[in-house]
Ligand binder design. Structure first.
Ligand code: EAX
Length: 330
């Protein structure tokens, strides 16, 4: 700002004080970071953007939400830890690492548990979803809403995977999620758990042969640059969740908390819209970029192969909740 305009501003402020008798101070906007590990234009990024826009609208600009995409504030585990200590205000993450904070959430991560998107959304938007969101609070986070990552599929750079036997020995990255690690051991792969922020480099360097993720992750990360084959196993429905640091939540007024909840709803709608779009045109997009897409998958064979995971972890991670989810889809 140059000297003349500074002087003009000072004169204006002074005259305002003279007439109103009160000092007019600029109201500091409340800034919050919204962390995601995926690209800004992807499904989480569009959800976070919708959240920011809704907060700006509802607060009249008093709240500024900065979307920190691409893992710029760390992997999903670090992001959740950041919320616990208050260095990060908001996030949208998969449930990958969540189970190690709130074990009850592992119930959502079992393979072939949800039969389709409509069922998953209905259950997570209902009482089961609300009950699981309540499990975050005593871990220092507020579970605001269930968003969406999508049905996960297997990609690799070695050979087409058509049956579980084709996974034999493949070094497959999984999320840091005990249920997923176990399921891929049962499938004969060599599961390698790691944070999402290390995956693309590991694929490029060939330290892993493949990974598993929903179509929105595959397309928003141009995974065809490092993976030749994708098999539409749909082996797990991967929820995403919008959370807030309890430290920051507790500082909000009831009205502001209402804004946060409204903004979360807008975020979920925006994310699900991108997932629907990616699901509709993802196969075509992946083929156009040279991926070999295996669609005719013997899902029953994969489902049978991972059944022992339910026996091994169901009791530990909420067999009642798993049964409730199954019953809700009958
Ligand atoms: O949440 O870690 C994963 O594979 C997740 O799907 C990804 O980070 C998006």
């Amino acid at each position: 700002m140059n000297y003349r305009s500074m002087l003009a501003g000072l004169l204006l402020a002074t005259s305002a004080i003279a007439t109103t008798g009160i000092a007019i101070t600029a109201v500091e906007a409340k800034e919050m970071n919204f962390a995601i590990v995926t690209p800004p234009e992807g499904h989480y990024g569009q959800g976070a953007k919708a959240f920011a826009e809704k907060m700006k609208e509802l607060s009249g600009g008093d709240f500024v939400v900065n979307v920190k995409a691409g893992g710029s504030l760390g992997g999903e585990r670090e992001i959740l830890e950041g919320e616990q200590i208050g260095t990060i205000e908001l996030a949208m993450t998969s449930t990958g690492p969540v189970g190690s904070f709130a074990p009850e959430i592992y119930a959502l991560d079992f393979p072939f548990l949800f039969k389709d998107y409509a069922s998953a959304r209905k259950i997570l938007d209902g009482e089961i979803g609300d009950e699981l969101l309540s499990k975050f609070e005593d871990k220092g986070m507020i579970g605001l809403a269930w968003s969406e990552n999508g049905f996960r599929h297997v990609t690799n750079s070695v050979h087409p995977v058509k049956t579980p036997a084709d996974l034999q020995g493949l070094k497959l990255r999984t999320m840091e999620n005990q249920v997923h690690i176990d399921a891929f051991k049962e499938l004969g792969a060599s599961p390698t758990p790691m944070s999402w922020t290390e995956v693309l480099t590991s694929l490029q360097q060939g330290t892993i042969d493949g990974q598993e993720n929903p179509i929105p992750i595959i397309v928003s990360n141009n995974m065809w640059d490092m993976q030749k084959y994708v098999t539409l196993t749909g082996h797990v429905y991967s929820p995403a969740v919008i959370t807030m640091s309890k430290i920051h939540w507790d500082q909000l007024s009831d009205e502001e908390k209402g804004w946060i909840r409204e903004a979360s709803k807008a975020a979920v709608a925006a994310t699900r819209k991108v997932v629907d779009q990616n699901e509709a045109d993802g196969v075509k997009t992946m083929r156009e970029h040279g991926m070999e897409v295996i669609e005719d998958v013997d899902k029953a064979a994969f489902q049978d192969a991972v059944e022992p995971t339910y026996e091994r972890y169901g009791k530990e991670y909420g067999e009642q909740m798993i049964q409730r989810i199954r019953d809700a889809q009958k």
